[in-house]
Design a protein around this ligand. Structure first.
Ligand code: AMP
Length: 657
C-alpha cells in the first residue's frame, strides 16, 4: 500500500470531530486492507510502531525532527523554527517545505506503508548516543521520498508522537468491529442524528458497494421516512430485504457471511448482538494489549478466535483503575454489599510476571523495571509458589529501624536508578503488598470474580516481612469499614480501597469495581499539556504550567488551570523549575511566542484549595490556588484524575453535597 493512501485516511480523520464518522472512515478503510499489511496499518493508525505492552518507543524529539526536515528539504533549522512558531505544528512545517522540494526534484520511488513502518521500527530499536545520526538519516530518507505534501505532515507528526487525528482506543475498537463483523443498526439508531446528519446518512456516505441485509419492516419505514437518502443507499449497495432473525456468532463475521450491514426494526435484538461484537473485540484487546493482533484475529477467526486470545506472560496489560468516593456509604452504594476493604498502601504499583525463566516487573506505565528491583525479584521468587503468573501489587519503601513507610519520592528514586543498584536496595528497602491476580499457574483470571481471585492469591503467596497480601476485611457494615479505615490511616497508609466481590479484572478501565477513599480529597493527579517560559531569573525555564485532566469517553485532555507554585528555584530541594523544564522540553509539539503546547506525558500531583466552575477551561472547572506536591512519574497520562472524579470532588465540597 502506498503511504499516500494512509495519509489520505489521516486527512479525512483530521477533518471531522465526530467519533462515529471517524469510526466509519477507519472501518471502511480497514475492510479493504490486504492481509499482510493489516498489522502495519493498524500500528500507524495508532501513531505508534509498537504494541501497547511493549516498553519500546519511537520517541524522537522535536529538535531531531527539525534537523531531519532541514536535511530532507535543504532549509535551515532557523527557518524551520520560525515556521514552527507561525504554524504551531512541525507536521505543517514539513508539509510546507516538502512542496518546495517537490518542485525542485522528480521523485522516482513511491513511499509505501511498509517502508515507513520499517524505517520507524529501525529508529525505535536503535539506542545509544551514536544512534542519533542514523535515526536522522532514516527520517530524512522518508521525508525526502514523499510525493504528496500530506505525507510529510503525517510522517513528521508520527515521528514526534503527535498524530493529531483524534483516534482514541474506543474508536479503533469500534472500527475493527465494523471492518470485520456485521455492522448492526436498528431503526432507532439509523434515526439518530450526529450533527445535522442522521446515522442513515452517515452509512450512505461511507458504505458504498457494501452488502446490506434489511428486514422488511425497517425497509418500508426507511423508504417512507428518508426516501432520497435511502434510495441513494440502495442504488450504491447490494441491499437484500429479508427478515433477519437472531444472528449466530459465525454469521457475524463479514468474511463468512458476506454481509457488511444489518438493519433491524426491533432494536433489542440488534443491540444485544452489537454489544456482543464490541465486547469480544474489547476482551481480545484487554488480553493482548495489541490492536494489530486483535484486527488480524477478528478478520480471520471471527468471534470465537477473539475469545481464544489469552494473556501472555511478559506482555503487560493495562492496570485496572479505581474511582474515588467521598464517603464509605457512597463507596458501598457503588461496589455493593458485602465489600472487600483493603489498606491503600502509598507506594508504587508493579505488575509482576513470572515464567519458567524468571520474574519480570513492570510499572503501571508498563515500563520494565526488573533490573531496578533485584530484592523484589528474589523475594517474589521465594514467596510465590506457583507456575506462571501475573500479579498486581503495591511496593512500599520502608524504614527497617522504625518500621515506618518511606515517602513516595524515595521509592521513585529506585525506579530511576540505573547504576549502583545494590547500594540503593540497602538504602531504600521495600515491601511488596499483593492485591490482585490476573493469572495464576497459567490460568487466566481476568473474568474470575474478585473474591475468588483473592482466595487464589492468598493460596500462593507465603507472607513474611517482605512480601504480603494486602490487609483486608469483608464487611457490609459501615461501622466496621470506618474502624478499618482508621486503622489503615493509623498505620501510615493513604486510605482504603473498597472492592466489589464479584467483579472481573477490567484492564485500563476506571469502572466502579474498586473505589479509593482517602482523607485528603484536595489533591489530584494532572497532566501538563502546556507551559510558558518565565522571565528574569526564570528566563530559559518554564515557569507556568497548564494542567489537564482526562476524559476517557473522548480520549481527550481537558484543561483545568495553570500552576506556578510549589516548584523549587534550586535543584536538589524538590521538583525544580530546571528539572520540570528538562523533563518537558522533549515533548514540545507547538511553540508560539512564550507559550508551548506539550504532548500529554508528565503527570504531577497537585494540591488545591477549592474546585470552582469555570468557563475559561475546557473541563468546565478551575482549581483555586493549585500547587505542585510531587512528580507522579509512575503514572500514564490516561490514568491521571478523570473528569468524573473532579465532578465528584466538586460535588462533595462544602455546601454542595
Ligand atoms: P490512586 O493512585 O489514588 O488512583 O489509587 C489507586 C492506586 O492505589 C493503585 O493504582 C495502586 O497503586 C494503589 N494501591 C494501594 N493499595 C491498593 C490496594 N489494596 N488495592 C488496589 N490498589 C492499591
Amino acid at each position: 500500500m502506498e503511504y499516500k493512501t494512509l495519509a489520505e485516511v489521516y486527512n479525512k480523520l483530521e477533518s471531522t470531530t465526530l467519533k462515529l464518522e471517524k469510526t466509519e472512515i477507519i472501518s471502511q478503510f480497514l475492510s479493504g486492507v490486504e492481509k499482510d499489511e493489516l498489522d502495519r496499518v493498524i500500528f500507524l493508525l495508532t501513531g505508534d510502531v509498537y504494541p501497547g505492552w511493549s516498553s519500546s518507543e519511537l520517541g524522537l524529539s522535536s529538535n531531531l525532527m527539525i534537523k531531519a526536515i532541514s536535511r530532507a528539504y535543504g532549509v535551515t533549522a532557523l527557518e524551520i523554527e520560525e515556521g514552527w512558531k507561525t504554524l504551531g505544528d512541525l507536521g505543517l512545517v514539513a508539509e510546507k517545505y516538502s512542496v518546495q522540494k517537490k518542485q525542485a526534484t522528480l521523485f522516482s520511488r513511491v513511499l509505501t506503508v511498509r517502508k515507513v513502518f520499517d524505517n520507524l521500527r529501525k529508529i525505535g530499536d536503535m539506542s545509544g548516543m551514536r544512534s542519533q545520526d542514523k535515526k536522522l538519516a532514516l527520517v530524512s530518507e522518508l521525508l525526502g521520498s514523499v510525493s504528496n505534501p500530506f505525507e510529510a505532515r503525517y510522517l513528521a507528526r508520527t515521528v514526534i508522537g503527535d498524530l493529531r487525528i483524534g483516534v482514541a482506543e474506543g474508536i479503533l475498537r469500534d472500527a475493527i468491529a465494523g471492518a470485520f463483523f456485521t455492522n448492526i443498526y436498528s431503526k432507532e439508531t439509523l434515526d439518530q442524528k450526529v450533527n445535522s446528519m442522521t446515522k442513515l446518512g452517515l452509512v450512505a456516505k461511507y458504505a458504498s458497494g457494501k452488502m446490506i441485509a434489511v428486514d422488511s419492516k425497517v425497509d418500508a419505514y426507511l423508504l417512507k421516512k428518508y426516501e432520497a437518502v435511502y434510495t441513494e443507499l440502495k442504488s450504491s449497495n447490494v441491499v437484500v430485504v429479508r427478515d433477519v432473525g437472531v444472528i449466530g456468532d459465525d454469521d457475524l463475521s463479514t468474511k463468512k457471511s458476506g454481509i457488511d450491514y444489518v438493519f433491524f426494526y426491533d432494536s433489542s435484538i440488534g443491540n444485544e448482538t452489537k454489544s456482543k461484537i464490541i465486547s469480544s473485540v474489547e476482551h481480545a484487546y484487554n488480553m493482548t494489549n495489541d490492536f494489530s493482533v486483535v484486527a488480524q484475529v477478528a478478520r480471520d477467526d471471527g468471534i470465537s478466535g477473539l475469545h481464544k486470545l489469552h494473556l501472555t506472560v511478559n506482555h503487560p496489560i493495562k492496570v485496572m483503575l479505581y474511582q474515588k468516593a467521598l464517603t464509605i456509604e457512597d463507596a458501598f452504594d457503588i461496589v455493593g454489599k458485602p465489600a472487600a476493604i483493603e489498606y491503600k498502601y502509598d507506594g508504587f504499583r508493579l505488575q509482576i510476571h513470572k515464567t519458567n525463566e524468571g520474574v519480570h516487573l513492570f510499572t503501571r506505565r508498563l515500563e520494565e523495571v526488573t533490573r531496578q528491583f533485584p530484592d523484589v525479584v528474589s523475594a517474589v521468587s521465594k514467596n510465590v509458589s506457583c507456575g506462571s503468573f501475573i500479579l498486581d501489587c503495591e511496593v512500599v519503601g520502608v524504614d527497617r529501624v522504625t518500621g515506618k513507610w518511606l515517602p513516595f519520592q524515595k521509592i521513585s528514586r529506585r525506579i530511576k536508578r540505573k547504576y549502583d543498584i545494590d547500594e540503593i536496595v540497602k538504602e531504600i528497602p521495600v515491601t511488596v503488598h499483593f492485591f490482585d491476580a490476573m493469572m495464576i499457574d497459567g490460568k487466566n483470571l481476568i473474568d474470575t470474580p474478585y473474591s475468588e481471585r483473592r482466595k487464589l492469591l492468598e493460596s500462593v503467596v507465603s507472607c513474611d516481612e517482605d512480601v504480603m497480601v494486602a490487609k483486608h476485611i469483608v464487611t457490609s457494615q459501615v461501622s466496621s469499614a470506618k474502624e478499618f479505615y482508621d486503622e489503615s490511616l493509623s498505620r501510615g497508609n493513604e486510605g482504603i480501597m473498597m472492592k466489589n466481590m464479584s467483579a472481573p479484572y477490567k484492564p485500563g478501565s476506571r469502572v466502579g469495581y474498586g473505589i479509593k477513599i482517602k482523607p485528603t480529597m484536595d489533591s489530584l493527579d494532572l497532566v501538563i499539556v502546556g507551559a510558558e517560559y518565565g522571565e528574569g531569573k526564570r528566563a530559559g525555564w518554564f515557569s507556568s504550567f497548564n494542567l489537564a485532566c482526562y476524559d476517557s469517553d473522548s480520549g481527550e485532555y481537558l484543561t483545568i488551570g495553570k500552576l506556578g507554585t510549589g516548584i523549587k528555584e534550586k535543584v536538589g530541594e524538590g521538583t525544580s523549575f530546571h528539572e520540570l523544564t528538562e523533563l518537558l522540553k522533549p515533548h514540545i509539539i507547538e511553540e508560539k511566542g512564550k507559550s508551548v503546547t506539550l504532548k500529554p506525558t508528565v503527570v504531577i500531583e497537585v494540591h488545591f484549595e477549592e474546585i470552582q466552575k469555570s468557563l475559561t477551561y475546557s473541563s468546565g472547572f478551575a482549581l483555586r490556588f493549585p500547587r505542585l506536591v510531587r512528580l507522579r512519574d509512575d503514572r500514564m497520562p490516561e490514568d491521571s484524575s478523570s473528569i468524573d472524579e473532579i465532578s465528584t470532588v466538586y460535588g462533595g465540597q462544602r455546601g454542595r453535597g
